[in-house]
Design a protein around this ligand. Structure first.
Ligand code: ADP
Ligand code: MG
Length: 141
């Protein structure tokens, strides 16, 4: 478990980029934290490091995005879900297939999401400051 504080969106992106260097298709990264805590900013930084060059925006009003980088990258946001049902999981599952997958608001997917490789939790700690905890699984499952 690593706890760190960033003082700008760029710093959060750089931290995420560093973490993404170690990721491979099949890896899931959950990014939890309140609204505006920087989850999408974190995913954007990770995407840049994985070779995604286009816009990385919040998929709040769609199930998710798929980006073509050096690997396929999926970006999901479960904000709309109280709890992901097994039927809904059928729509989500393809996003995890042969992709590095980032999941914002992962709490609703607790019963169905594959075990995450990295768990990120973000908190406001000042105007442009965010406290970020990074919890990595020791081994891939
Ligand atoms: P979320 O996806 O958690 O709702 P966003 O990444 O969409 O959050 O928005 C975070 C907002 O906070 C952005 O406007 C961003 O510019 C701002 N911000 C300020 N400081 C930071 C920081 N240290 N890290 C990340 N975002 C920050
Ligand atoms: Mg977001």
């Amino acid at each position: 478990m690593e706890e760190t504080e960033t003082t700008s969106p760029a710093e959060t992106e750089a931290l995420a980029a560093r973490i993404a260097e170690d990721l491979q298709p099949g890896d899931v990264v959950t990014v939890a934290g309140e609204l505006g805590s920087g989850k999408t900013t974190f995913v954007r930084g990770a995407c840049r490091s994985l070779g995604v060059t286009g816009a990385v925006t919040s998929p709040t009003f769609t199930i998710g995005h798929r980006y073509d980088g050096d690997v396929t990258v999926s970006h999901l946001d479960l904000y709309r879900f109280a709890e992901v049902s097994h039927a809904e999981w059928g729509d989500l599952e393809p996003y995890f297939d042969d992709a590095v997958a980032f999941v914002e608001w992962p709490e609703a997917g607790a019963g169905v999401l594959p075990p995450p490789r990295v768990r990120v939790h973000m908190r406001h700690s000042g105007r442009d400051r965010r406290s970020i905890t990074i919890d990595r699984a020791d081994t891939r499952v």
